[in-house]
Design a protein around this ligand. Structure first.
Ligand SMILES: Nc1nc2c(ncn2[C@@H]2O[C@H](COP(=O)(O)OP(=O)(O)OP(=O)(O)O)[C@@H](O)[C@H]2O)c(=O)[nH]1
Ligand SMILES: [Mg+2]
Length: 259
């Protein structure tokens, strides 16, 4: 949630990290409403953190580890989860908390594979938000038998910015990034890239058809997040899915050869 910063004049606004070039733009438009904005944002984020802590405690008591899976719309979260459910079946019990603005399309698809799925539509009582927050996730947790699960993956609403600003009670954050999104996005939308523990660079099967230069993308990624693990994957062909599953098992605490 590090995107909002308060200045000495009381204003609060989006502000890039000091290790990234601060681009053009001024923030004077916030002067009139600065103090009010600070209060509203601080109250909102404090309430979210309070509920996220309660989610984390409930998950911990049930022995469930939780991964918050985020991406732009269509980067491949559900397709990757389809493969994940199949690959991990018989190893651990994976549950999914599916976040979408509307429809049960992804939830139905994943439930058809036998995984326990809890759907949260943000259009149903949550104002159609472009992300899941801790309160929304809490409502979805109430519909899962947590004691039957080992690992819960939260498929967040497809959006490249907002989901990364809200702690939902997860143990780790994963991001799916599709090579069709271009090389420069880590610089233009650094919030999620910075927040992620692992970044699945997906749709590599399409690389022969694109002018995407992987070395440039990785350079930009390292500029904003030098530490995230990177997994090259194709949820279509299955490339990289083993490595992704090994990372999930590592988060869960299951010993693996590749960890
Ligand atoms: N070529 C290719 N297509 C993929 C790959 N992964 C996903 N797709 C396709 O990309 C489209 C979107 O995939 P989804 O898995 O629905 O993406 P998502 O991130 O869950 O999308 P939202 O839930 O709407 O945010 C679908 O048509 C998938 O078949 C991949 O690795 N390669
Ligand atoms: Mg999806």
């Amino acid at each position: 949630m590090g995107r909002f910063h308060r200045h000495t004049d009381g204003t609060v606004h989006e502000h890039e990290h000091p290790d990234v070039r601060h681009d053009v733009g001024d923030h004077t438009g916030y002067r009139e409403s600065g103090t009010v904005r600070v209060e509203v944002l601080e109250n909102l984020l404090a309430e979210n953190d309070r509920v996220a802590a309660a989610n984390r405690l409930d998950l911990e008591r049930a022995g469930v580890r939780c991964v918050n899976l985020m991406s732009s719309p269509g980067a491949g979260k559900t397709t990757l989860l389809r493969r994940t459910i199949t690959a991990l079946s018989g190893t651990l019990q994976l549950g999914v908390l599916e976040g979408d603005i509307a429809t049960s399309l992804d939830a139905d698809e994943l439930a058809s594979l036998g995984a326990p799925v809890s759907l949260v539509n943000t259009s149903a009582g949550f104002g159609g938000e472009c992300h899941l927050d801790a309160v929304m996730v809490r409502s979805g947790l109430g519909r899962l038998a947590l004691s039957d699960l080992d690992l819960l993956v939260v498929e967040n609403v497809g959006n490249l910015v907002c989901p990364a600003e809200f702690d939902v009670g997860e143990d780790a954050r994963a991001m799916v990034y599709a090579v069709t999104e271009g090389e420069e996005k880590p610089l233009k939308y650094p919030v999620m890239f910075r927040a992620a523990d692992v970044i699945v660079v997906n749709k590599v099967d399409l690389l022969p058809h694109l002018d995407f230069r992987m070395d440039r993308f990785l350079g930009h990624l390292r500029d904003v997040n030098p530490h995230a693990r990177v997994i090259h994957a194709s949820a279509r062909t299955g490339e990289g899915v083993d490595e992704w599953c090994a990372w999930l098992l590592h988060v869960h605490g299951t010993p693996t050869q590749r960890g």
